[in-house]
Structure formats: C-alpha cells, structure tokens
Design a protein around this ligand. Structure first.
Ligand code: GLA
Length: 718
C-alpha cells in the first residue's frame, strides 16, 4: 500500500517510489500538509502552528491557532485564511464564508472514477486516500481524493462536493490542488504563447504577492498552459528540487502562486473563480477535474520524465497497433480544394512514398469552400464526392493506404443550415451582437439536444465509412458566454458544462468508432492539455511548421508532455533537399507526418520520403516510449539539443538542431549523454562511426555552422 495511516500521530503518509507526502490532522479537525518531498521525512505537526499578529485565530483549549498561517489541505475562503484560497461556497445566507472540518477517511486500492471527466487510469500500484470533511453551515460535505501513482512519482487530487444540507448553495471557487511549500526562494516556469507560437517557456523568480497563469477563453488555450513548475533558483536540467503541477482539464483554469508574510509559497491549481460558479441543490453532488503533482530532487529534466511516463501510462489511450501511422495531411497542400479525383491521386502518390495514411482535412462537407460557411453541416458535399463518402473511402483504401478525416464538431458558421434551423443553439448573451472568430460561433454543448444532434448526424454521415483516424479541430475560443438552455441562476455553469459536453461527445466517438485514432487540434496547439490527451492519441502541435520556429514550440511542449502525443509534420521544403532533411530532423522530435501537395512536389524531394519514413520507423519506439533528456535550450543559444534513450541504454537518438544562421558560427557545444553505458561501445548507425560510452558521457562536441543545420545520431550498443 502506498498510503499509510499512522494512528498514533494521526498522520497520513503517501509514498511514491521516490517521494513522500504527509498530511496531519490538527486538533482532529484541520487536515494540514506537513511535508512534500524526498522520501523518509519525519515532520512534526507542532511546528506548523504559528501565530503572527493580525492573523485571525481560534482558541483551542488555551492554545492559539490561526488558519492564516497553517498549510491547509483545502484552504477555505473568508474564515480565517486570508491568503488565496481553494474553496469558496456561497451558502444560503448569501455570504461566501466557508470552513470545512475533518470527519473521517478511507484508504483503498485503485482509484475512484470521475464520471464525465478525463482522469488518470489506475495500475496495480495505484492507491487512494479519501479525506471526508464537512461545512456545518452550508451542509457541504467535501471529499478530497489523493491518488498515488507510485511508479511515476505522481500524486493526483480531485474533490467531490455533496450538498447534505437543506438548501442549495453555489460553489464559486474550487481548486483541487493546494500546496504550501516551505520557503520563498523559488523560480516558477510556465508556458505562454499565441496561435502558431505556442508554449514558449518563461522562467522567473517567484515574488511576493500573487502570480498566475489562467485561461478565460473557455479552452485551455495557447496563451497559457495549465502546467507550472516550481523549483529552487539553482535547479537545472539535472539537479535541484523541482515540483511540477498540471490539470487534467481542457477548459478555463487557474494556476495560482502566492507569497505573503510567511516563509512559504502557496500553489493552487484548479478552476478559479472567473467565469465559473456551480449551483448545487440539496442532495446533489459535484466533481472537480483532477490536478496532478510530482516532485524530484533531480532537476527539471526528471520532472519532465515523471510527467511523460505518467501521461503515457495513465492518460493516453492504449495504442491500437504497434506502430504509429505516418500521415499525409491535405491542409497545407490543398486547403479547401478537396475532391474525389485529387484525393485519390494524393493517396496513390502517398502510398508509393511509403506513407501509411491520407488525412483529408477541412473542405469535404456542406458547401465548405472557404472558412465562411458550413461548419455544423456534417453531410458530405455531393459535388465534390458524387459517389458518397463510403464508396470514396473504400476506393482510397483500395490503394493500400489508411484514411483519416477532419471534423470540427463544437463549431458552427452563421452561414450554415444548422444555424438557420437552430439559431438558439450557440453560446451567446441575449441582446448582444455575436463576436465572431474565424467567422464562426461555438455551439452550446451544455444543451444535451446539441450533442444528441451531433451524435445523430455523425452516425448518419460516418457510421458506415471505414475511416481509421479523426482529426478533431476547434478553431476559436469562447466569448459572450451565456446559454439559452440554462436558467438564469446557472449561467455561470455554461463554460464548465460546455466542456463536459465536449468530453461526452469525445467519449461517444471513442465508443462508436473504437478502432479510430483521434488526433485533437485547436488551430494547432491551442488545446494542448492532459484532458485532451485522455481522448486523443495525438495533438496537432502547431500550425507553425517552419522547422526553426517549430523547434521552440516542441521544446516548450515537451516540458510537461511526452513526444508520443506531439504531431510533427514535414511541410513544403521549397524544392530544397537540404531543407527537406532539416525539416525531417525537426519533425522526428515527435510523431512524424507530411503536409504538402504531393502531386506538385519535385521528384528529388519525393524520393527522399520513403528513406525518411524507413529511418523514422526504426526510431519510433524510442520516441514514443523512451526517456527524454534536454541538453541545449534554444531560448538561450539558438540551438536545441535533446536525446531519447531506451530503458537499458542500448539505443540513443541524439538530436542537435540549429535554428539561426551564422550568429553563433563556430560556437561549440558539448553534449553529455549521461545515460550512455560507460563500459560499452556505441555505433552511430547513420555514419557507421563508433564512440565509447565514456566519451558520450563526457560529451561529444558539435560545432555551429553558418546556416540552419541539423545533426541526428542514432547510437546503438555494439
Ligand atoms: C486549423 C488547423 C489546421 C487545419 C485548419 C482547417 O487551423 O490547425 O491544421 O486543419 O484548421 O481549417
């Protein structure tokens, strides 16, 4: 059991392979975090009772104690903890003062499911602690779940709230993960960006006051990502105390860090309080999404590896076959110009090049010839596909290639039959003009009629079509958030209910088309989160496919997320063989695909594809399952270097990518492969050269050239 209750002390110990988390129940009432870090700590709850002047306090049998200075497992708003808080419930009296006290606990093997939401799957070394608390004024019963994923050093947390009172109340803020670290001397790392420029890395010292990343956009977004890392100032890739946090959710989020009068740093991960509130009637219950955390004293690289392994083993759908299909996506090659004849020509050419699958992107449905119309009209365009979709897909597959299809179910164009028939099915606010984005509106998935309609139309259109893959897009964010379906007192539930509807439709797709792989997408990587990863094997990383810019996006994406989920396509190399090679070298950081007009690309470029694919297929198991080590940070140097290594260190894929020209010419980098076996000899299968393991550990030298440049080494033990 990885959860142990020490009855004498009233402490709960949660153990992963390398870490420990300790909870103590102060005065039998208040669950406090006593410790999170390396294994075998011996914390003492008495040192957690501090008092500062001006802090509100309770008198516990003559002992003064303040909620404002302890590390509560669930800091509550308004009742004495005046820092940022995790739970705020507006009770029937109209005030939002909240206070929960400990009642009981339960320890069990495995985990509790979270119906309707994505969550991490248990394995044989997963155990859960459930703490049950109550607020006697509102009647809220709060269940805190701590699930320990022992093998990956990850602990997850989510909250279930039951209204045991007589009256309804409103959950106004809910952050399932709250943690107070000792000390203030930390940096924090977060990811920021925009369309085509996703997941840039920001590392700055944590300062007094509040700092936060968030989404108010309805989806997790490219602007910020829910992932944050908190680490010692001196933490590097391979040294230093490092904590990682993330949220298994794809909608609005808040990742909040605060420092105040104490030598402490508070971290909260959850739903936040903007654009969220949930009315809970007597007898009803509410479940939050799950937040996850990991700790390592071995630096930022190990934090990434913990999260990568966790995501592969507990989040991503189990692979359907033992290889990943290399796709040719039609978007950059033919845009909305989709029709039977060209698609067939694409398929024939792709097959000749060793490509596994043709993915037909936007433009096959309704009257969709540009981005102004037809989203919502999910019936095949008969002018483009006179024989219908089923017969077309059969013809495509008769060429020996697999087939994928693009959809964007959450959206509707005002110029569509669906909108004309159901103008009230969109997210909107009465009396306000619609804000458009890419000429589209968002369907209101809080309304079950909307998702039922989509299930029906997709059954009719795709039910008998033998496709193998879906690319699920989502090309705008939410604004004017209101629902025509929900009553007035539930309007603030719209965004959350919308997300539940999205997950419901995704689950339906997985059940209805169990053999299809799902690649999710949101104008590239605008919804790159653990929630989406639960339903889709891959995510289209970014609409930016220029390899030098892509290098930065991939570098940031891999801080929390594994390469197995990162779709990377080689786009048009402008007829240049050197560039084609460069693009390939960048794309094999993740899951390889191609995205250009295969009918017009020059012969000498086309000839390179089969060789590239054959090479990639050798590396693919390493990229999908290997351990990932970053060596050079492109933000600091203009060069990026990393390697993947398998469990027994017998295979290493080393990548060195130069993203700028001449500026750094002749600069030398020493790439230290610490996972190389010092007693072994390695051979680089690309050049045939041999290297001793000890030399690889000491570092092999790469010199910067005068133009964009990529150097890949595939080292195997002799
Ligand atoms: C988004 C996606 C692209 C493509 C287009 C189609 O921008 O990121 O890959 O699918 O939509 O409209």
């Amino acid at each position: 059991m990885s959860v142990v209750f020490d009855e004498k002390k009233n402490y709960f110990h949660l153990f992963t392979e390398n870490t420990e988390y300790v909870i103590g129940i102060l005065y039998g009432k208040y669950p406090l975090n006593l410790y999170y870090g390396k294994k075998n700590a011996d914390p003492d709850i008495r040192y957690h009772r501090r008092y500062y002047a001006f802090c509100p306090f309770y008198d516990e049998n003559g002992e003064i104690f303040s909620l404002d200075t302890v590390s509560s497992e669930i800091p509550c708003f308004g009742s004495g903890d005046l820092r940022c808080t995790a739970l705020r419930i507006k009770n029937n009296d109209g005030n939002s003062v909240t206070l929960v006290k400990y009642k009981s606990y339960r320890i069990f093997g495995g985990r509790e499911k979270i119906p309707g939401l994505p969550y991490a799957e248990a394995d044989d070394r997963t155990d859960t602690l459930e703490l049950i608390l109550e607020d006697t004024v509102s009647g809220a019963e709060i269940h805190l779940y701590y699930t320990v994923f022992e093998r990956t050093d990850v602990i997850s947390r989510y909250v279930r709230i039951v209204n045991n009172g007589e009256y309804p109340f409103d959950i106004e803020k809910l952050m399932p993960l709250a943690l107070d670290l000792d000390g203030r001397d930390f940096d924090w790392i977060s990811l920021y960006g925009s369309h085509s420029n996703e997941r840039n890395v920001q590392r700055v010292p944590i300062h007094l006051g509040s700092q936060r990343v968030f989404s108010r956009r309805g989806y997790s977004s490219a602007q910020f990502n829910p992932f944050v890392c908190v680490c010692e100032h001196k933490a590097s890739e391979d040294k230093g105390d490092t904590y990682g946090f993330n949220f298994v959710y794809s909608g609005n989020f808040l990742s909040e860090i605060e420092q105040g009068q104490e030598e402490k740093t508070r971290i909260l991960i959850g739903l936040g309080d903007e654009n969220f509130a949930w009315r809970l009637e007597a007898g009803e219950e509410f479940r939050s999404p799950e937040a996850v955390m990991t700790f390592t004293d071995k630096g930022i690289g190990q934090m990434s590896r913990n999260f990568h392994k966790f995501t592969r083993n507990h989040i991503l759908p189990k692979p359907k076959k033992n290889y990943r299909s290399v796709v040719l996506n039609t978007w950059e090659g033919s845009s909305f110009d989709i029709e039977e004849k060209t698609m067939l020509e694409f398929a024939i050419e792709a097959k000749k090049c060793g490509i596994d699958m043709l993915v037909m992107d936007d433009g096959w449905f309704g009257r969709r010839n540009n981005d102004k119309s037809s989203l919502g009209d999910w019936f095949v365009n008969k002018e483009k596909f006179p024989q219908g979709l089923k017969s077309f897909v059969k013809t495509i597959k008769s060429t020996g290639i697999e087939f994928g299809i693009w959809i964007e179910p959450e959206m509707v164009n005002p110029d569509s039959d669906l909108f004309r028939a159901h103008p009230d099915w969109v997210i909107e606010v009465p009396g306000r003009e619609h804000n458009l984005s890419r000429n589209q509106l968002v369907l209101d998935f809080s309304n079950p009629d909307v998702t039922a309609y989509l299930k029906d139309i997709f059954t009719k259109t795709l039910g008998d079509v033998p496709f193998d893959y879906i690319k699920w897009d989502c090309n705008r964010h939410l604004a004017d958030v209101g629902s025509n379906y929900l009553p007035k007192n539930r309007q603030k539930e719209t965004a959350y209910r919308h997300m539940l509807g999205v997950y419901d439709l995704l689950s339906w797709f997985r059940k209805t088309f169990p053999d299809a792989v799902i690649e999710t997408c949101s104008g590239g990587g605008s919804r790159y989160d653990l929630g989406m990863m639960k339903y889709g094997e891959m995510i289209w990383t970014s609409d930016m496919t220029e390899p030098n810019c892509r290098t930065y996006i991939q570098y940031g994406s891999m801080l929390p997320y594994p390469g197995a989920t990162m779709s990377c396509h080689v786009s048009d190399p402008n007829g240049d063989k050197y560039e084609m090679d460069y693009r390939f070298s960048v794309a094999i950081g993740g899951m390889l695909g191609y995205e250009f007009n295969i009918l017009t690309v020059p012969e000498e470029i086309k000839e390179m594809i089969p060789k590239q694919i054959a090479e990639y297929k050798i590396y693919e198991p390493l990229i999908t399952n290997g351990d990932f080590y970053r060596l050079v940070n492109p933000d600091k140097t203009g060069c990026s270097s990393y390697y993947y290594v398998n469990d027994d260190n017998s295979q290493i894929l080393l990548s060195f990518i130069q993203t700028t020209s001449c500026k750094l010419k002749n600069r030398k980098f020493k790439l230290k492969i610490i996972r190389a076996d010092k007693n072994a000899e390695y051979i680089d299968r690309r050049t045939g050269k041999t290297y001793s393991g000890s030399l690889l550990r000491e570092g092999i030298e790469k010199t910067v050239k005068d133009k964009y440049f990529a150097d890949i080494m595939y080292l195997t033990k002799k």
